[in-house]
Each structure stands twice: as C-alpha cells, then as structure tokens.
Design a protein around this ligand. Structure first.
Ligand code: HEM
Ligand code: HEM
Length: 152
C-alpha cells in the first residue's frame, strides 16, 4: 500500500497546515475572549466622568471577524481529507464530532449576529455564541491530546 494511503495515515494534518490551523484557532479564540474582557470589564471614562464602551473593543471585533473568515476557510481545507477521512475510518469520532458541531454552531450564530435586529434575540444569540466558543477548547485539547498520546 502506498504511503499516505494506509488506514494508519487517515486524518494526518501536514506540519505547515497544522501550524496555520493552530494560529487561526488561537486567533479566533483570543480575539473573542479579549472582546469579552473589554465588553464586561474595561470601560473608558470621558471628560465628564461618564463610562463608555472602550474604543479598542471594536478593533477586537474586527480582528475576530477576520479570523472567523479564516476559520471558515480552514474548515473547508480540513473537510475532505481530515474530517470526512477520519469520520469514515471511525477514528477520533467523539471529539471530532464535537469539534465539527462547535464550528457549525459558531458559524451559524456568528453570521446570525450580523443580521438579527431584535435586541433581546441578539443578546441570547451572542451568549449562545461565546459560551460555546470559550468551551470549544475542551474538545479541541481532548482531540489533540488523544492524537499525541496514541499510536493512532
Ligand atoms: C473542526 C474540526 C476539526 C479540527 C479543527 C481538527 C483538528 C485536529 C488537530 C489539530 C489534530 C492534531 C494534529 C496533530 O497534532 O498532529 C487532529 C487529529 C486528528 N483528527 Fe481532527 N479535527 C477536526 C475534526 C475531526 C473529525 C470530525 C475527525 C473524525 C471523526 C477527526 C479525526 C482526527 C484524527 C483521526 C486525528 C489523528 C491524525 C493523526 O494520526 O495524525 N478530526 N485533528
Ligand atoms: C468558527 C469559529 C467562529 C466564527 C466563524 C465566529 C464568527 C463570529 C462573527 C461573524 C461574529 C460577529 C462579528 C460582528 O458582529 O462584527 C462573532 C462575534 C463574536 N464572537 Fe465569534 N466566531 C467564532 C469563534 C468564537 C470563539 C471561539 C469565541 C470565544 C472566545 C467567540 C466569541 C465571540 C464574541 C464575544 C463575539 C461578539 C458578540 C457580540 O457582538 O455580542 N467567537 N463571531
């Protein structure tokens, strides 16, 4: 059997692509987390003593939006070989399934955030987005940990 075609090679991510994936995953997570820090804990005080949204909060959202597009692109790159290949071979299905569900949810709710008009619905969608976003690291680390600590 040719190298790269055997069952034991299913799902392997080439080193350079893996680095790109790590940068994008870290970027999308950190920019979302820093936005939350500004939103909930950091305010700017104007000359009259009023607290306002800190101007940097907006920049972090723009950065997040850029990383979000990159994340959608990376997901498309991983889809044919990594996701479909791993799924069909029944390897790493549980953590991989959670990762897939997480990305689908984050993409859907992220896009919804652009278009939802109702303030109340937007607040719930925002919460549903970032709670799952922050928690996404759990299946991610489990997924990577299993890879690093098993022959397969
Ligand atoms: C958004 C979805 C996913 C992401 C971001 C992702 C990411 C990763 C990463 C970062 C690794 C570790 C690579 C390494 O350290 O060498 C890995 C390994 C692996 N993943 Fe995924 N994964 C996803 C979905 C899936 C799914 C759905 C499956 C299959 C059911 C799967 C199967 C595997 C397998 C089999 C490995 C081990 C590959 C090897 O032996 O090198 N992954 N994945
Ligand atoms: C596949 C991954 C992700 C995608 C595609 C995505 C997409 C988006 C999009 C499109 C927005 C709206 C941007 C705007 O209003 O200008 C957004 C907002 C946001 N995202 Fe994500 N995101 C992802 C992952 C994450 C993660 C991992 C976190 C958690 C740290 C997170 C936290 C946030 C927060 C806090 C907001 C602002 C919510 C608000 O405006 O009320 N996102 N995301």
């Amino acid at each position: 059997m040719k190298p790269g075609k055997s069952r034991s090679r299913v799902g392997v991510i080439a080193a350079r692509r893996r680095t790109t994936l790590y940068v994008i995953a870290l970027g999308v997570w950190l920019t979302g987390a820093v936005w939350l820090l500004y939103h909930y804990f950091i305010r700017s005080v104007d000359q009259f003593g009023f607290e306002n949204i800190h101007p940097q909060q907006q920049y972090w959202l723009v950065a997040h939006g850029i990383f979000a597009v990159a994340a959608a692109w990376m997901f498309g790159v991983l889809w044919p070989g990594h996701v479909l290949g791993g799924w069909r071979a029944k390897i790493r299905r549980t953590s991989g399934g959670w990762l897939f569900g997480g990305v689908a949810w984050l993409t859907l709710t992220g896009v919804a955030l652009y278009y939802i008009g109702s303030t109340q619905w937007r607040e719930w969608t925002s919460l549903a987005h970032w709670v799952i976003g922050l928690g996404w690291v759990v299946p991610y680390f489990v997924h990577v940990w299993y890879t690093r600590n098993s022959q397969r």
